[in-house]
Each structure stands twice: as C-alpha cells, then as structure tokens.
Design a protein around this ligand. Structure first.
Ligand SMILES: Cc1cc2nc3c(=O)[nH]c(=O)nc-3n(C[C@H](O)[C@H](O)[C@H](O)COP(=O)(O)OP(=O)(O)OC[C@H]3O[C@@H](n4cnc5c(N)ncnc54)[C@H](O)[C@@H]3O)c2cc1C
Length: 354
C-alpha cells in the first residue's frame, strides 16, 4: 500500500524531503505555518526581480546542494562570480542563480505537486502523536489561520522547524526524557536582517565583518558580486544578532531600520537617508543553533525524523555561512532511511503472507 509522510516546514529541508519521497511514490503532505514557501530561503519581489530576504550564495564545495541543482535541471542557471571577499576567501567563487534562489524553491515545489504531493500554508503544527492503532500511524494536529483544527495521519513524520518547537509539539510521542533534554539544550541565536536597495554603493567588497559595538555584525553587498540586475539599485544586507529578551526584538520594523541605518551611516558617512530606495526588515527567531548535540537525534521516535540544520555537524558559528549543503545532505540521508524502513516493512509483510 502507498506509504504516507507528513513533513512540517516548507523550507529547503522540507521541500527536498518532499521531492525525494514524492518521487519514490509516497503520499506527501507538507505543512507550513507561514503563507509562503522557502523558510530562511524565502524571496520577495524587489524591483523586477525575486531576491532572498536573507543573503544567500552557493559555493563550489556545496556538493549535495549542487548535485540537487543538477537533478532539478537548474545547475546551468548558476553563474560563478568573484567573491570580492576579504582575505583568503577572496579567491573563492560564489554562485548565484540567474533568477535567484526562488528558482530552486519553485522547482522543488513543482516536482512535489507534479508527483501528487500537497502543501498547506498558514497551518501550524500543534501536536504530533501516535494514533494508537496497530498500524503504528502518526497523527499531526494542526491549527489553521482561522483557529480551526485539522489532523493529518501518516506513516512517517519529518519535522524541519527548530528542535525546541519539535519537543513542544511532541508530548504525545514515545521519546525519552534524555532525548528531549538534549533537544531542548540546543539553543538558537535570533537575528535581524535589514535588506536595503540603495541608490549608490558604499564599498567594493561582498562581505564585511563588523566589529563589536555596532548593532549589526556583518554587511553583505549582494550587488557587488552578483550585479545590479533589475533590482532598481544596489542591494545591501545588514545582519545582526539579537536576544529575544532584548526590548528591540518587539520594536517595530521602522525603528530597527533607523537604528541599523544610523550605524551604517557612521561607517559610510557619504550615504544619506534619501539614498534608500526601498527596505525590508526580517526578524529571524531561529537563525543559527549555538550548540551541536553529542548524539544523533535525527530519529527521536521510530519513523519520526528531525531534519534541521541544528543537527548538521558544521561549525555553525563560522562565517561565511555554508549551511544549506549540510541541510540537503541530511534530508537525503533521512529519505534513504525512510525508503529502507519501507522496503524492510514490505518484506516483513510479504513473509507473513507466505
Ligand atoms: C542570515 C542568514 C544567511 C544565510 N546564508 C546562507 C548562505 O549563504 N549559504 C548557506 O549555505 N546557508 C545560509 N544560511 C543558512 C540557510 O538559510 C539554512 O541552512 C536553510 O535555509 C535551512 O533550511 P531549513 O528548511 O532546514 O529550515 P527553515 O528554512 O528554517 O525552514 C523551516 C520551516 O518550517 C516552518 N515551521 C517551523 N515550525 C513549524 C510548525 N510548528 N508548523 C508549521 N511550520 C513550521 C518554518 O516556518 C519554516 O518555513 C543563512 C542563514 C541565515 C539566517
């Protein structure tokens, strides 16, 4: 019988899992709490282009990610640019898609939908539990934007949100206290990212790390490496850490923008407020995990998986960021495990029939 999987999150991890399992004939249901796909890799229309709300690029060492782009037929849409980075990294090339990362997200979604999968937006997972029947199915209970509830039953569950959110929604699962503790101990750093479209450029580099004492810790001059395209100006991202207990976290976007811009102006005094053609602030609650667990926590209960960059063993505090590759590798590994579990259970069923 056709196996089913409920995937929580329509970011890169969830969509890669959805693509692989829908291709393998699974009944795929993706649940996303936001009203759009992409997660941290989401794009918005800027000028006549789609652009990521957070700065992203590819690197030649992103093996799993590049292999995914070949598989989806979009590898040829990547151009490799000089990085204009400081220091040793300046020799490395940075990759970017002709139409931005929205191409990658759209291609993944198209495959899932073509293979019969569905994606539900504005739907938040509240609880995952065993449904108590002998067929060992799981029930994922969700809350819709109009506060009504809906349940999805599936053979497998893949959770791609933060490890903390997973624990908070998995009281109904047979998970040991020790595993829950380890997942809860994975703390996350929150970040702000101010995306600005500026009339002129302030520097020639792509990436600049900023010393302590500034509200943001890095500047990414997207257009310096990837060109002006049809954005209508130079694209600059200012990315900074923030604690969610800091009163700034709940401030409105324009106030945070003003604080960030004032600090930017101190660094580049020739820039004035009238140089800003457009801006967009993104608050990222779970930007980077700060601690990597000692044990493998990717399958906390039988056939329930966590596919999260927090469980990928990279030095997440290191810059430049290069985490999508690890996320795609983990998604591939989880899907292989699900396919092998499915083959095993089908073999067992056949043995019982004979
Ligand atoms: C500022 C910044 C810059 C970065 N730049 C790079 C880069 O240049 N190169 C690189 O390799 N990596 C980069 N990264 C990392 C990269 O963005 C992530 O590794 C990748 O996008 C993670 O994808 P994901 O699907 O695992 O998680 P996410 O993108 O976080 O997706 C998880 C999804 O699950 C949804 N969700 C969570 N909980 C629930 C729930 N209870 N119910 C329903 N839905 C839920 C969320 O809304 C979200 O859409 C960057 C990250 C940041 C913050």
């Amino acid at each position: 019988m056709r196996k089913s999987v409920c995937i929580i999150g329509a970011g890169l991890s969830g969509l890669v899992c959805g693509m692989r399992l829908s291709r393998a004939g699974f009944d795929v249901q993706i649940i996303e709490e936001l009203s759009y796909p992409g997660g941290l890799l989401a794009s918005s229309r800027i000028g006549k282009e789609y652009l990521e709300l957070l700065p992203h690029h590819l690197r030649k060492t992103d093996r799993a990610l590049l292999s995914l782009t070949r598989d989806l037929g979009i590898y040829e849409d990547i151009t490799w640019f000089d990085s204009f980075w400081h220091g040793l990294a300046s020799r490395k090339k940075l990759g970017y898609f002709t139409n931005g990362f929205s191409d990658l997200i759209n291609r993944l979604m198209q495959e899932i939908i073509d293979n019969g999968g569905t994606i539900c937006y504005s739907t938040t997972v509240a609880e995952i539990s065993s449904n108590g029947t002998p067929d060992n199915k799981y029930c994922t209970s969700c809350v819709l934007s109009n506060s009504s509830r809906v349940d999805f039953t599936s053979d497998y569950v893949i959770f791609t949100g933060s490890c903390r959110s997973f624990v908070n929604s998995s009281y109904g699962l047979p998970i040991s206290i020790n595993t829950k503790d380890q997942l809860m101990n994975i703390t996350y750093r929150a970040e702000f990212c101010l995306l600005m479209v500026l009339k002129s450029k302030s520097s020639d580099v792509y990436f600049q790390k900023i010393n302590d004492g500034n509200p943001f810790s890095r500047i990414v001059n997207h257009s310096n490496s990837f060109g002006l395209r049809s954005y209508g100006g130079n694209i600059v991202y200012l990315v900074g850490d923030c604690s969610i207990s800091d009163p700034l976290w709940v401030e409105d976007d324009s106030k945070i923008k003003d604080i960030y811009f004032a600090a930017y102006k101190k660094l580049f005094p020739r820039i004035t407020k009238s140089d800003i053609k457009a801006w967009r602030l993104t608050k990222i609650r779970y930007a980077v995990s700060e601690r990597f667990p000692e044990t493998d926590l990717t399958e906390p209960a039988p056939n329930v998986f966590i596919c999260s960059s927090a469980l990928v063993s990279t030095n997440t505090s290191s810059l430049p960021e290069n985490r999508m590759d690890g996320v795609v590798s983990l998604a591939n590994r989880i899907c292989e495990k699900i396919l092998s579990n499915t083959n095993q259970s089908e073999e067992n069923e056949n043995d019982e029939d004979q």
